[in-house]
Ligand binder design. Structure first.
Ligand code: SF4
Ligand code: SF4
Length: 184
């Protein structure tokens, strides 16, 4: 058996330290009315496929029926090509699908649910300086147009979580360095 690519993560601790909602209210009520499917965009598999570390999947699988491995046929309106999306997904990550927002279990949200609509931004001179938003959701996500609503607690948890993660997993830092470079 191959060794795990990253040191073990205490997933429960990771989740508990990154648990604050992005806003003080349910921002899903702001965006869902603009989605023909009636779901918040980030919880609609037709718009966003959740991603988790494989270590999260190991933790989640025996504890909750919220998730299953993404198949590609969950969005009946616009089925995606599983082969192409899986090919773009690094080995240590896994694509998932949940039962939908009506059945969400907040304590078992994946890391991609917790970080959405942001990712850690790393400058060209190699400094993690905070949060950047996912540009492709600029026209869908209400939060992106209303950054004032993001709470200080959420920002603090986000930064502490990624500071700790990058200290343990330098490869993850490199991957966000590349993502930040691509965005620039
Ligand atoms: S984070 Fe954005 S897309 Fe997700 S529920 Fe809030 S406003 Fe909607
Ligand atoms: S687990 Fe909850 S927060 Fe995450 S995508 Fe599903 S409904 Fe949304």
């Amino acid at each position: 058996m191959n060794p795990p690519p990253f040191p073990r993560l205490d997933v429960r601790r990771f989740y508990d330290g990154f648990d604050a909602p992005v806003t003080d209210f349910d921002c899903g009520q702001k965006c869902a009315p603009h989605n023909p499917g009636g779901k918040p965009f980030c919880c609609d598999i037709c718009h966003a496929v959740p991603v988790a570390f494989r270590q999260e999947w190991d933790y989640l699988q025996p504890r909750t029926d919220l998730w299953h491995a993404w198949r590609g046929d969950e969005c009946t309106a616009e089925p995606l090509d599983p082969a192409s999306l899986c090919a773009q997904t690094p080995e240590h990550l896994m694509l998932l699908a949940c039962q939908g927002p009506a059945h969400c279990q907040r304590e078992y949200r994946a890391s991609s649910c917790r970080e959405f609509p942001f990712f850690p931004y790393i400058t060209a001179n190699d400094r993690f300086i905070g949060l950047a938003y996912e540009w492709e959701f600029e026209e869908k996500c209400w939060v992106i147009s209303n950054l004032w609503a993001v709470t200080a607690r959420y920002r603090a948890e986000f930064i502490r979580t990624y500071d700790e993660l990058f200290a343990r997993w330098p490869d993850e830092y490199e991957s966000y360095y590349a993502a930040s470079e691509e965005m620039r």
